[in-house]
Design a binder for this molecule. Structure first.
Ligand code: UDX
Length: 468
């Protein structure tokens, strides 16, 4: 089949490459000429394991091409996937749908015959219907072939994007006609034949499913983070608690890692957009808990800052703080709404000298927070530090030798805000180890006289920002 993919960000670039891998001829479209120039050379404009090799292969095979022209896309194919961003709207909790509307308008203005426009972007429920009405208003009821709108949400995780796209847990399509259903079954035939469940429903259910999925995952994370606070207050250990909870098949292990909480371009934005949409639909009370999920999440950033400040004797001014991790999660160079960078920036604002390391995200971090210092190696970031904060759980950090690092730092204090360092090993190497949700399990108060629990302060830096 011939397919176009509009928008070549994380979702679009990966979708385009994967569709080419399973045998389709694909044209990727983006208004960003610099991005298209990179992709045309088979180079991904962001870090994603496995994607460079895939792009290279499919571009060289001739099955994957790129353009900035919507007219070319309209002439090339009659099935178009729309993968543009739907970020949080400035000054509101709602999603900003301007890029989506512009892409659909630009594409359909060029389409001459009937075509199928398949949204993959994450949107408020009702968007497919709104777009269909918008096209009808634009083209008039007399036009007998309106472009058809379907929704086919994407569930890929950054860091696993290729794997998640080629072997998804399920394929979900929201369609209005049997012909759209047939087209999408044909697109995904190799995956369906390999046993991937294909769930065909209406567009509203498909749209809502995506945000419901992210809201559920966010709820799981905030739930375990509230348990972490209870563990600290009661002397219990959240890592053991989460492991035991996850053994119950009704609960399951994934998304029960307690710590600094969730960030990135999806979970925070999606739960806020769902709140905003629920309010528009007149069911605000049904999702009140989502506000709390968001607040609990942001509270972990504050708790980490407060714990570090307490460990430093009550103030950051003039102290050297080493930060391990800048990406919002490991195996990604994405720093959008990164909890690690939010903590680093706040500590800098309170007067510390903050130096940050990350194996992949330093270039992006520098753009967003030029006021922080960055170091290319763990050795350099820890050199002379008064405290080390482990904020993004890269495998690299799990494998660090605490006996080597202890000789570099000024004071051997580490805060493990992701609960992946081995506390016994670090403690044996001479470190004071603190972690979110597991102080008691780590043993006695340390020699720095820092056993007191930090007060969680109400810092406005970590309130829910209706600012995008
Ligand atoms: C998420 C969804 O998983 C994916 O299905 C959707 O398409 C996009 O949003 P992503 O944002 O790439 O994917 O990352 P994910 O792996 O879900 O992690 C999200 C955030 O939650 C990260 O900041 C991560 O560090 C945090 N997290 C995850 C936890 O704090 N604890 C956990 O147990 C799991």
């Amino acid at each position: 089949m011939k397919l176009s993919v509009i928008g070549t960000g994380y979702v679009g670039a990966v979708h385009a490459a994967c569709m080419a891998v399973i045998g389709h001829e694909v044209l990727g479209v983006d208004t960003d000429a610099a991005k298209i120039a990179e992709l045309t050379q088979g180079r991904p404009p962001f870090y994603e394991p496995g994607l460079a090799e895939l792009l290279n292969r499919t571009v060289r095979s001739g099955r994957l091409n790129f353009t900035t022209s919507f007219a070319e896309a309209a002439a090339f194919s009659d099935t178009h996937f729309v993968c543009v961003g739907t970020p949080q709207q400035p000054g509101s909790l709602a999603a900003d749908l301007r890029f989506l509307d512009a892409a659909v308008d630009a594409l359909t203005a060029e389409a001459e015959g009937p075509c199928l426009v398949v949204g993959k972007s994450t949107v408020p429920v009702g968007t497919a219907e709104r777009l269909a009405n918008r096209l009808r208003d634009r083209d008039g009821n007399g036009a007998h072939e309106h472009p058809e709108i379907a929704w086919n949400p994407e569930f890929l995780r950054e860091g696993f994007a290729v794997k998640d796209t080629l072997t998804p847990a399920r394929l979900v399509v929201g369609v209005r006609s049997p012909s759209a259903d047939r087209t999408l079954r044909k697109v995904y035939r190799p995956m369906v034949n390999a046993g991937v469940p294909f769930i065909s429903t209406d567009p509203a259910t498909a749209e809502l499913l995506k945000v419901a999925s992210n809201a559920f995952l966010a709820t799981k994370i905030s739930f375990i983070n509230t348990m972490a606070e209870l563990c600290e207050a009661s002397g219990a250990d959240v890592v053991t608690l989460a492991n035991a909870l996850g053994e119950d098949p009704r609960i399951g292990h994934p998304f029960l890692s307690a710590g600094l909480g969730f960030g990135g371009s999806c979970l925070p934005k999606d739960i806020r957009a769902l709140s905003a949409r629920a309010e528009e639909l007149g069911v605000r009370e049904a999702v009140t808990f989502l506000r709390q999920i968001d607040e609990i999440n942001l509270r972990q950033r504050q708790r980490t800052v407060d714990l570090a400040r307490t460990l430093l004797g009550g103030a950051f001014a003039g102290r050297n703080v080493a930060v391990l991790g800048a990406a919002f999660k490991p195996d990604s160079d994405d720093v959008r709404d990164s909890p690690a960078l939010a903590v680093a920036a706040e500590i800098h604002r309170e007067g510390a000298h903050v130096r940050v390391h990350d194996p992949e995200a330093l270039a992006n971090a520098r753009l967003v927070h030029p006021e922080l210092d960055y170091a290319a190696t763990v050795h350099d970031v820890c050199d002379g530090a008064d405290i080390v904060l482990h904020l993004t759980e890269w495998d690299l950090y799990r494998g660090l030798d605490p006996r080597t690092l202890v000789r570099l730092v000024h004071a051997p204090i580490v805060v493990d805000a992701r609960n992946t360092l081995d506390p016994v090993e670090w403690r044996a190497a001479g470190w004071t180890v603190r972690a979110l949700g597991r102080q008691a399990a780590l043993g006695t108060p340390d020699a720095h006289g820092t056993a007191a629990e930090p007060e969680v302060s109400g810092n406005p830096a970590f309130r829910i920002a209706a600012t995008g």
